[in-house]
Write a protein that binds this ligand. Structure first.
Ligand SMILES: [Zn+2]
Length: 167
C-alpha cells in the first residue's frame, strides 16, 4: 500500500493556482495523477460507499487533527465530485487562518476507479495532505512557493501515512 502510494505520488505535479489577494484566507489543492486500478469492482452501492467513506474520513480527521496539533481549528470535510475540483486534483482546502476554520474537499468515492479499501486509504492521504497545509498556513505564500510547498507536503503526508500503516 505504501509502495503504491509512493508510486502514485511520484506523479504529483504542480500547476499554478490562482488565489485571491486575500491576506488571511487561502486555499490549496492536492494534485495528483488520478489513481487507477485494473482490480475488481465493489460489492456495495455508491451510496453505501459514500456513507462508509464519510464516517471513515470523519474519524481520520479527528485522529490527524489531534496528531498535528490542529485541534483549535474548525475543520469540515465535504465530498466533491470530480467536476467540482480543479483538474487533476484529488482534494482541496480553503482556509481562513485568522478564524482558524477550514473546509476540506475530498473526491467522492464514486469518482475513483479503485478498490474501495484503496479509496479509503487515498481519502486519508488527502486529509493528511490538506491538514499539513493548515500547519503551514502561517507561512507566507506566493505563486513561486506553492510548487515547493506542494512537493514538501506530498513527501510529509506520504511519510506520515507510511509510518502510521507500518504499525
Ligand atoms: Zn496541496
Amino acid at each position: 500500500m505504501t509502495q503504491s502510494n509512493s508510486v502514485r505520488l511520484g506523479f504529483l505535479i504542480f500547476a499554478a493556482f490562482v488565489s485571491a489577494n486575500a491576506q488571511s484566507t487561502d486555499s490549496a489543492s492536492r494534485e495528483a495523477k488520478m489513481p487507477t486500478s485494473q482490480r475488481g469492482s465493489t460489492i456495495v452501492s455508491s451510496d453505501e460507499q459514500r456513507q462508509i467513506a464519510a464516517t471513515f474520513v470523519k474519524e481520520k480527521l479527528a485522529v490527524w487533527q489531534e496528531r498535528l496539533k490542529l485541534k483549535d481549528w474548525q475543520i469540515s470535510v465535504v465530498m466533491a465530485r470530480r467536476s467540482d475540483l480543479k483538474p487533476k486534483t484529488l482534494g482541496a482546502t480553503h482556509w481562513d487562518k485568522d478564524k482558524k476554520c477550514a473546509s476540506i474537499s475530498i473526491l467522492d468515492p464514486s469518482d475513483y476507479n479503485l478498490p474501495f479499501r484503496d479509496i479509503l486509504n487515498d481519502l486519508e492521504l488527502t486529509v493528511v495532505h490538506e491538514l499539513v497545509h493548515l500547519d503551514l498556513a502561517a507561512l507566507p505564500r506566493s505563486e513561486a512557493s506553492r510548487s515547493t510547498e506542494e512537493h514538501a507536503i506530498n513527501k510529509i503526508a506520504d511519510a506520515l501515512l507510511a509510518l502510521d500503516r507500518q504499525r
